[in-house]
Design a protein around this ligand. Structure first.
Ligand SMILES: [Zn+2]
Ligand SMILES: [Zn+2]
Ligand SMILES: [Zn+2]
Length: 139
């Protein structure tokens, strides 16, 4: 998801294009990692000191509803990143330390479906958590 595409989506959904929303989307467009509302506030504190955690949280939730951001829960905290642009079904590895994400070109459902004869599978989630090589070295 690019910044321009995200702006188009929020306007199509009747949300106003405000400087805070632009700043949020620019941050996510330039940073591929998963960020919590607190991470976002820290990153934007200098440029947008008046943006409250509450405002950030509300906007991130709306962006996630519109499919602009992807959301996950890490260590009991909601975290967000720009929606993956890649075509084709795939899954993600997520670094629990820095939020870095890597794509996994495999789907465990290919195997699991065989274990549920007669059942119709509508959807599934699969995420792998751990430490990226940089964070593994730092520990
Ligand atoms: Zn992806
Ligand atoms: Zn990492
Ligand atoms: Zn899958």
């Amino acid at each position: 998801m690019t910044f321009d595409k995200a702006i188009r989506l929020i306007r199509e959904n009747g949300m106003k294009r405000t400087p805070s929303r632009e700043a949020l989307l620019r941050l996510f467009a330039s940073d591929g990692r998963y960020l919590s509302a607190a991470d976002v506030r820290q990153a934007l504190a200098y440029e947008h000191p008046a943006m409250s955690l509450d405002t950030i949280y509300r906007n991130l939730s709306s962006f996630a509803e519109l499919g602009i951001l992807e959301e996950t829960e890490l260590g009991g905290e909601r975290k967000f990143r720009m929606h993956c642009d890649r075509d084709g079904h795939h899954h993600h590895f997520i670094c629990m330390e820095c939020g870095r994400t890597e794509e996994l070109d495999l789907c465990p459902m290919d195997e699991a479906a065989g274990l549920l004869p007669g059942f119709t599978i509508e959807d599934h989630k699969f995420e792998v958590y751990g430490r990226c090589p940089d964070c593994a070295v730092a520990k």
